[in-house]
Ligand binder design. Structure first.
Ligand code: F6R
Length: 595
C-alpha cells in the first residue's frame, strides 16, 4: 500500500505541501514516513517511524524546489527508521519513494552489493536508488538512468525519484496508482487525487507500463514497451472534489463526518438518475449475451451481496458474487460474453484489479461501480459509473457503502423499468437527516454496553443479511471486539452454541411481515439462551427484545440504507469509548494495493 507524493516547482518551498499531501495519504499506511527535499542541488532526507507529523515535527528542513515524500504500510522489512522511505543511493544523489512490491529484488540486491553498493535497509525499494546511481556512473543521463532501471523491475510499483542537481521528478507506474497534477507554478504527482487537491484539480492519470518526466513547466509521458519508448499524449481531466471535503470540520473524526454526510450523498444520487441511466442500459444490453458475476472486497463485497439481491428482486437478473481475493479460484466458468461487475470505493484494490484482468483475459466484459475518479479500475473497465460520495478518509468505509447500495438500487430499478426512484431515495435521505440525533443517542447508549464485551453477533435476514455482515465488519475493524454477522436463520446451525448469558446479538428486523415472523423466532432462540438482543426495527412493530431502535422504514429494499447508519454509529462510539482511533485502525490501510 503506502502513499507517495512528489512536487517540482519554479520557486523554492515544497516541504510544507509534501507534508500536507502525506497527511491526506495516511489512510494508505502510517507506520513510518519521510520526505526528501533538494536544496542547492543537494538532497536532504528526514524520515522515521510514526506518522509524518511526528517524524518532521520540530525539525528544521532546508527547503527547495523539488521534493518527494512517503507514508508507509510495511511489506518488505519491518517498521524501522532504516526501512522508512525515501531511500537514497550510496552517495545520497538519488532518492526514491515507492508504493508496491518488487519481485526478484534479492538478486538485484546481491548484484549491487557485489559491485560495492552499501544497502542500508531491508526494503525492495532501496535497490531502485542504487540501480539509478549505477546507471548514472556508467554514463547514462538522468532520464536514461531512470528508464534503464525501470526496465529491470518486475512486480508492482509506483515510483517517484529525484536526482541531485535535476529540477525534475522521474515517475514510473505498474499496477500501483500514480496521478500527475498540473499546477501554475509547478507540477505534482501522488498516489491519488485527494493528496493534491490543495494544489490543483487538473490531473493526468498514468497507466501501467508508463514513465513520466515532470519539470516545473512540462509533463512528458512515455509508454515503455520492450526496448522502445513511445510518447503518450493524454489530456488532463478536471476533478470536481473540493479540498474542503478533506477537512474534518467540527467533527472529532473523519468517520463521524462521513457517516453524517450520508443523507446528502443519497440526495445527490437521487438527483442523478439520468446519469445512471446510460450505465444501466449498457449493463442491460451486455447481459443479453452472458451471465453476471459481481466481484468486490470487504465492505464493497457486502454492497455486492445487496446488489445481487436487488438485481434479482427488482429486475429478475441472476448473478453471483465472488470475493475478489478468491476470484482466480472460483471463476473458471467465465467465458466470452459474460459480464463482470466490479465494485470498489478506491478502484485500486489489488484483488479486484486482478479479478478484472482475469475476466478480460477470458473475453468477459467489465463494468464497474467506483468512487475515486481516474482510478485504475475505471481505466480497465468497458464502462464505469461513479457513486459520487466524495473522498472518504476514514479507513472504515461508511458513506461509500451507502452510496454503493443506493447506486445498485438505482441501477436495478432502472433495468426493471420502475419509476419513482428519485423520490424514494430522497425520502430515505430526508428520514436519515431528521433522525440522525436519535440514531446518535441510541448508538452511544449501546456502545456503553458493548465496549466491555468480547463477542458481538449481528443477525439479519434477506436483504439485511449483508447489512449484518457489514455491521460486524465495522465493529471488529475499529473497536477490535470480535464480531460476526450471520443470516438469522442460519445461526441455529452451529453458532448458537456461542451464546452465553449476556452475549449481545444485534438483529435487523425485517419490514416484511412474513420474514419478520421468522426473525422474531430467531430472536427468541437466542434470547432463551441468554443473549442480550438489540433490535433495529420498523416503527410500531412488536418484537421481544432487550433494547430496540425504531426507525420509520416502510420498504424492505431500502432498509439497508437506514439500518446501516446506527450500525456504523454503534461501531464508531464503541471504538471511541475504548480509546481507539476509528480513522486509523491498527494493521489496516484504506486502499489495499497488495494481493
Ligand atoms: C472496511 C473497508 C474495506 C474495503 C475493502 C475494499 O471498512 O473499508 O473492507 O471495503 O478493502 O476496498 P475498495 O472498496 O476500495 O475496493
Amino acid at each position: 500500500m503506502c502513499g507517495i507524493v512528489g512536487i517540482v516547482r519554479k520557486r523554492s518551498g515544497v516541504a510544507e505541501d509534501l507534508v500536507k499531501s502525506l497527511k491526506k495519504l495516511e489512510y494508505r499506511g502510517y507506520d513510518s514516513a519521510g520526505i526528501a527535499v533538494m536544496s542547492d542541488g543537494k538532497i536532504e532526507v528526514v524520515k522515521g517511524v510514526g506518522t509524518i507529523d511526528s517524524v518532521v515535527g520540530g525539525i528544521e528542513i532546508r527547503d527547495g524546489p523539488v521534493g518527494i515524500g512517503h507514508t508507509r504500510w510495511a511489506t518488505h522489512g519491518g517498521v524501522s527508521p532504516e526501512n522508512a522511505h525515501p531511500h537514497t543511493s550510496c552517495h545520497g544523489e538519488v532518492a526514491v519513494v515507492h508504493n508496491g512490491t518488487l519481485d526478484d529484488f534479492e538478486d538485484m540486491r546481491r548484484e549491487l552489493i557485489t559491485k560495492g553498493h552499501e544497502l542500508r535497509s531491508e526494503t525492495d525499494t532501496e535497490v531502485v536508488a542504487h540501480l539509478i546511481e549505477e546507471n548514472l556512473k556508467s554514463g547514462d543521463g538522468p532520464l536514461s538512468a531512470f528508464v534503464n532501471t525501470i526496465r529491470k523491475l518486475k512486480g508492482s510499483y509506483a515510483i517517484v525519484s529525484m536526482i541531485s542537481g535535476e529540477r525534475a521528478l522521474f515517475l514510473a507506474r505498474n499496477k500501483s496508482p500514480l496521478v500527475i497534477g498540473l499546477g501554475e507554478d509547478g507540477n505534482y504527482c501522488a498516489s491519488d487525487v485527494a493528496a493534491l487537491l490543495h494544489l490543483t484539480n487538473r490531473f493526468i492519470f498514468m497507466e501501467d507500463g508508463e514513465i513520466a518526466l515532470l519539470t516545473p513547466s512540462s509533463v512528458e509521458i512515455w509508454k515503455l514497451e520492450g526496448g522502445k519508448m513511445e510518447k503518450v499524449d493524454r489530456r488532463a481531466e478536471e476533478v470536481d472534489w473540493s479540498p474542503q471535503l478533506l477537512d474534518k470540520g467540527s467533527f472529532e473524526h473523519f468517520m463521524l463526518k462521513e457517516i453524517h454526510e450520508q443523507p446528502h450523498i443519497l440526495k445527490k444520487i437521487a438527483e442523478s438518475i439520468d446519469y445512471y441511466t446510460r450505465f444501466s442500459e449498457r449493463l442491460d444490453s451486455l447481459l443479453r449475451s452472458g451471465s453476471l458475476t459481481i466481484v468486490a472486497a470487504g465492505t464493497s463485497y457486502h454492497a455486492g451481496l445487496i446488489g445481487k439481491y436487488l438485481l434479482s428482486k427488482l429486475a429478475g437478473i441472476r448473478s453471483e458474487v465472488i470475493i475478489a481475493s478468491e476470484f482466480p479460484e472460483w471463476s473458471s466458468h467465465l467465458r466470452e460474453g459474460d459480464v463482470v461487475l466490479a465494485i470498489s470505493q478506491s478502484g485500486e484494490t489489488a484483488d479486484v484489479l486482478e479479478a478484472v484482468r482475469i475476466a478480460k483475459s477470458r473475453g468477459s466484459k467489465v463494468v464497474s461501480i467506483v468512487n475515486v475518479p481516474g482510478s485504475t479500475l475505471t481505466r480497465m473497465s468497458d464502462e464505469s459509473v461513479f457513486i459520487q460520495a466524495g473522498p472518504e478518509v476514514g479507513v472504515a468505509a461508511t458513506k461509500t457503502f451507502s452510496a454503493q447500495v443506493a447506486v445498485l438500487y438505482v441501477i436495478s430499478s432502472l433495468i426493471s423499468g420502475r419509476s419513482g426512484i428519485s423520490d424514494e431515495l430522497a425520502g430515505v435521505s430526508e428520514l436519515l437527516r431528521n433522525s440522525m440525533g436519535d440514531l446518535e443517542g441510541f448508538s452511544k447508549e449501546m456502545s456503553d454496553l458493548l465496549k466491555d464485551k468480547e463477542h458481538v453477533f449481528f443477525l439479519g435476514r434477506g436483504i439485511n443479511y449483508p447489512t449484518a455482515l457489514e455491521g460486524a465488519l465495522k465493529l471488529k475493524e475499529i473497536s477490535y471486539i470480535h464480531a460476526e454477522g450471520y443470516p438469522a436463520g442460519e445461526y441455529k446451525h452451529g453458532p448458537l452454541a456461542l451464546i452465553e448469558e449476556g452475549t449481545p446479538a444485534v438483529v435487523m428486523v425485517p419490514v416484511n411481515e412474513e420474514l419478520r415472523k421468522k426473525a422474531v423466532y430467531n430472536i427468541m432462540e437466542v434470547r432463551s439462551r441468554g443473549a442480550f438482543t438489540i433490535t433495529i426495527q420498523p416503527k410500531g412493530v412488536e418484537v421481544p427484545t432487550d433494547a430496540s431502535l425504531e426507525v420509520d422504514v416502510e420498504d424492505e429494499l431500502l432498509s439497508p440504507l437506514i439500518y446501516t447508519v446506527p450500525l456504523q454509529l454503534i461501531a464508531y462510539y464503541t471504538a471511541v469509548s475504548l480509546g481507539r482511533n476509528p480513522d486509523k485502525p491498527r494493521n489496516l490501510a484504506k486502499s489495499v494495493t497488495v494481493e
